[in-house]
Design a protein around this ligand. Sequence first.
Ligand SMILES: C[S@@+](CC[C@H](N)C(=O)[O-])C[C@H]1O[C@@H](n2cnc3c(N)ncnc32)[C@H](O)[C@@H]1O
Length: 209
Amino acid sequence: MNVPNCEISGLIEFLVRARAAPVNPSHFKGLIGKGYGLEYLADIVRNALFVSKGHRENVAVSLVLERSKDFSRVIRFSGASLGSFKDLHETAILNRIFDALCAAEKLKKNEELKENEGVFVSAQSFEAYFSSKIQTQTPYLLDKKGQDIRLVTFEPEPLFLLTDHTPMPRNSKKSLLKSGISAVSVGPTILHSSQCIAVVLNELDRKSI
Ligand SMILES: C[S@@+](CC[C@H](N)C(=O)[O-])C[C@H]1O[C@@H](n2cnc3c(N)ncnc32)[C@H](O)[C@@H]1O
């Protein structure tokens, strides 16, 4: 079953910057369970896309893995075209990320490929991906110090920026805020990224009542 979100009929995207996550597939696999926080990426994908009996077809989640000798890799899971996603446990989702990294090993700068139904991977930086997205979508920075999400009227195609467990580089945050991006808070407690995503989607669901 696909679950539309009524308040926002267009795409809702979460862009997650994972600064310490390696793009090399065997390096990625080797660090799972070793205290590098890669498991958070599975929680992020699960909370962004899946509900009890299906998935959200108007949501995408893009993970930018930045530890690389050449280019970052952006892995985008798109609810609109998601194929079979049989298992939702942590290992299964991490394996999907691993598969996408394997498929993307030989990508040249800015190339993108479809790794599977609803799974796309490209070789580009966070900045390049962000710049291309904001041509059609409105960005919001998820930040504890931002405006209360309950007071925000969202534009039709919101793009929510956040990091995994690693902080946003200070200069990036400064320049994003300087560019006029709205900062949005989901409350006074610093949450895990996956929890923020669940709260954002819940708030958007509730606005549609
Ligand atoms: C686990 S937090 C990152 C914690 C990291 N140590 C730091 O200081 O930035 C991951 C992301 O969740 C988002 N976040 C966490 N709590 C939030 C809140 N209360 N409101 C809005 N965004 C929040 C921020 O975007 C943050 O980058």
